[in-house]
Structures are given as structure tokens and as C-alpha cells.
Design a protein around this ligand. Structure first.
Ligand code: ZN
Length: 411
């Protein structure tokens, strides 16, 4: 063994067990209640150890631009897009790299080890964002597996030249393609093109969908239909789906059943959705955050993700998925221990299923990706915003965060 983690509390087949984990090279070589071996040790001391958190939906290219945007309307979706598009005109590869690096490093220190980042491609920005994020993915591979999802933030069918760039991004290795159907005059035309391109390139689909304050013009059922038509079940995710949060239970349940049978996953982006929704109300403001529990009970894969950090879409952010899951739990009235534990599932195992990660989880023979949380169980980790204490990526330390120390007088 090259390293032994002592007394790690891990979740195995829904049971918590305290084990020693032996690591050889980049791989977990042994898991047992007491591992007889001689190697350098790291003490988990009964804390919860998880296989690293997963950000299924983030935007590294437009992060940290708040200081160059004017926020006057208090951020409506329209203002967020307008201000970001204006800031984007001055983006260079170096600038995107420097800002993306700040957020990526925060995510690493918060215990995230996989991410799917959306990258905007259109004739204005060209491949600038793509090149910077591709470089970040290479430079930070020691701590994070970064997957690129190319997408047309400023429209596809309304914005000639964009489709060619999306195709170039897929040719250059992006594994996923995204969409923003509500930015084209004919949303379904965009959805149709995205499915066709995904089939041509055997790509995953991860759409921004149904981000609005009424239930008019929802496309989620259409996306389910297209998923079935293309046989793309298990390879399609939709982010936001805030319109679903406004539906009465019967209609909600009917759509949940369709999502489950079509194999369409849902990503909840609590910080952005809370920030952007409810703007047309001056009292009794709706939250606009779709509840995951009824979706999960219906068999839908759900993840919780950060989306934006410090930009007009979300003027907050520290890259903490634990904080995002806690925010979600608070907003959606999640309190049963099993449901709180479900919130951790949505930033770990369920998120891995959404991204179809093959080598994820704490298992012998698997990648030695481990994060220790200052908590004794999953529900506590979410409820008490457990701090990640250290991370091991492919057998090597990727971060440490010492516990705070108190200094009582006289000591
Ligand atoms: Zn997004």
C-alpha cells in the first residue's frame, strides 16, 4: 500500500460502515474493517468519506465578472443575458482562464472532483472560451475531471454561424452539447437541431430548460418525446425547470412520470433559480426551485449544482456543493434524515449517474478519489454544512482544509 485511510465512515449499499481504505498508486486496493498493512496513514477518525462531489452544471467561462457588469434592474434574466453578452465582447483566452481558475480552485477546495462545465460558443466569442476552459481542464486534471458541454447561450436558429462552432467544439472533444431553447423565436427548432447534432457526434445532451415565471410555453414534455424518438434515454439532462415548480401536483406528477420513463434527468440550480425567479412579484414571491423529492420518488435522476458564480445570473458563490445542497434543502422544506441524505446523493452518486461516469464510487479497483467531510453521516453533512477536510485524487492529496481552532483565554 502507498497510503492507508484509517477509520473512514463510508456508505456502502445504503449502510454506513467504518473501514480502513488501502490505496496503491491511483487505485483503491483494499477496503476492510481493519487493514493489516504498513504504509503512511491518514486518519479519518470516524468522519464521513465520500468519492468526491460532482458539479454537473457550472459555467467556468463567464464566472467572476460581476465587477464589470451593471446591475440595475436587480437582475432579470434579460438583464443577466444582456450584461454578460456585453462583458463577453472583451473576453480573451487569458482572461477566461484567469477567472475560470479562481472558481475551479474554489471548487477543488470544496471537495468537488468532477464537473461538467458549459462553454458558450457563438460568432462573437468564437472558440475563445472553449480554448481557455480546455486548457484549464488539462492543467487541473490532477484534481478535477472536467467535461466540456458546448452550448448556444445567445440562440442557435436565430444566430447564424453558431451551429458550425458547436460542431467544431464537439470535433475538438466536447462530450456534451447544451441548449437554451427559450432564446430562439422557435424553441422547438433549437431542440430539434440539438438532438440531431448530438446523434451525429454521439454526444450527451444537457439543456437549460423552462426557466420562466409562468407555466406558458413549457418544453419539458417535448424534450421527453424527442429523447424517446432518438433513443437517447439516460443521456439527456435539463437544468432549471423552474416552470415545473409552479405546477399543481397532478400535472407535476404526470411530467415526473414522463421524465422517468423517457430517461431525462433534472438538475436543480437553487442559487440561480432563487435569484432570477419571482421578479414579477412584489409580495408572496414564488421560489422557482423545483422540488427533487417527488421527482426522485418517481424514478427521475436529479442533481443539484452551482451553475454560476459571481456574475449577473448569480451574484453569489463559493463553489461549495454542500452549501448548494443545504440551500436547496432549506428552500424546499427538506427535513427528514433520509431526504437530507438524498441531497448528498444528488451531489455525488445521482450526479455520477446523470453524467454516466464509469469510475465513480468507493470500491476496490476503483479510482482513489476520496473526500473527507467533517460529519458522521450524510444527513448531518447537509444539515450542518460539513466542511471538507481533505481530498485525495487518484491517490494523491489534492487539498486540505484544517479545522478551525478556538483560543480560549489562558491557554
Ligand atoms: Zn447554466
Amino acid at each position: 500500500m502507498d497510503l492507508i485511510i484509517r477509520d473512514a465512515c463510508i456508505l456502502q449499499e445504503r449502510e454506513l460502515r467504518t473501514v480502513d481504505i488501502g490505496i496503491q498508486g491511483a487505485t483503491i486496493a483494499a477496503i476492510s474493517s481493519t487493514l493489516e498493512a504498513d504504509a503512511p496513514e491518514l486518519k479519518a477518525a470516524g468522519c464521513l468519506v465520500i468519492p468526491g462531489m460532482i458539479e454537473t452544471h457550472i459555467h467556468l467561462d463567464k464566472t467572476c465578472i460581476l465587477d464589470r457588469c451593471r446591475i440595475e434592474e436587480g437582475t432579470t434574466v434579460a438583464e443577466a443575458v444582456r450584461e454578460t453578452a456585453a462583458a463577453k465582447r472583451n473576453f480573451t483566452v487569458e482572461d477566461v482562464y484567469a477567472r475560470g481558475k479562481r472558481t475551479l480552485e474554489r471548487c477543488i477546495a470544496q471537495g468537488t472532483m468532477h464537473m461538467r462545465t458549459h462553454v458558450e460558443l457563438d460568432p462573437g466569442i468564437g472558440m475563445i472560451g472553449f480554448e481557455a476552459v480546455e486548457q484549464l481542464a488539462r492543467d487541473y486534471a490532477w484534481a478535477m475531471d472536467v467535461e466540456l458541454c458546448v452550448f448556444p447561450q445567445e440562440g442557435l436558429t436565430n444566430n447564424p454561424g453558431t451551429e458550425e462552432l458547436l460542431i467544431e467544439g464537439l470535433r475538438r472533444g466536447a462530450r456534451a452539447i447544451g441548449a437554451v431553447p427559450y432564446f430562439d423565436t422557435d424553441p422547438r427548432a433549437q431542440i430539434d437541431r440539438i438532438f440531431a447534432i448530438a446523434r451525429d457526434f454521439d454526444a450527451e445532451i444537457d439543456m437549460h430548460l423552462d426557466l420562466a415565471e409562468t407555466t406558458q410555453g413549457m418544453q419539458i414534455e417535448y424534450v421527453c418525446r424527442k429523447t424517446e424518438e432518438f433513443g437517447w434515454g439516460g443521456r439527456v439532462a435539463v437544468g432549471h425547470a423552474t416552470q415545473m415548480s409552479l405546477l399543481p401536483p397532478e400535472r407535476f406528477s404526470a411530467i415526473a412520470a414522463k421524465l422517468a420513463s423517457a430517461g431525462v434527468a433534472v438538475t436543480i440550480l437553487p442559487s440561480t433559480d432563487l435569484h432570477l425567479m419571482g421578479r414579477s412579484h412584489d409580495h408572496a414571491v414564488p421560489r422557482g426551485v423545483v422540488p427533487a423529492e417527488p421527482l426522485r420518488r418517481a424514478g427521475v435522476i436529479c442533481s443539484i449544482s452551482t451553475n454560476n458564480v459571481l456574475n449577473p445570473f448569480t451574484p453569489y458563490g463559493d463553489g461549495s456543493l454542500i452549501r448548494m445542497a443545504n440551500l436547496y434543502a432549506n428552500v424546499c422544506h427538506v427535513s427528514r434524515p433520509a431526504d437530507l441524505a438524498g441531497c448528498l446523493d444528488m451531489i455525488t452518486d445521482a450526479a455520477a449517474r446523470l453524467m454516466r461516469l464509469e469510475d465513480y464510487g468507493i470500491a476496490v479497483g476503483g479510482s482513489a478519489d476520496l473526500v473527507c467531510l467533517d460529519a458522521s453521516n450524510p444527513a448531518e453533512a447537509i444539515a450542518a454544512l460539513a466542511q471538507p477536510l481533505w481530498g485525495i485524487k487518484r491517490g494523491h492529496a489534492s487539498f486540505t482544509r484544517p479545522r478551525p481552532q478556538l483560543h480560549p483565554r489562558g491557554n
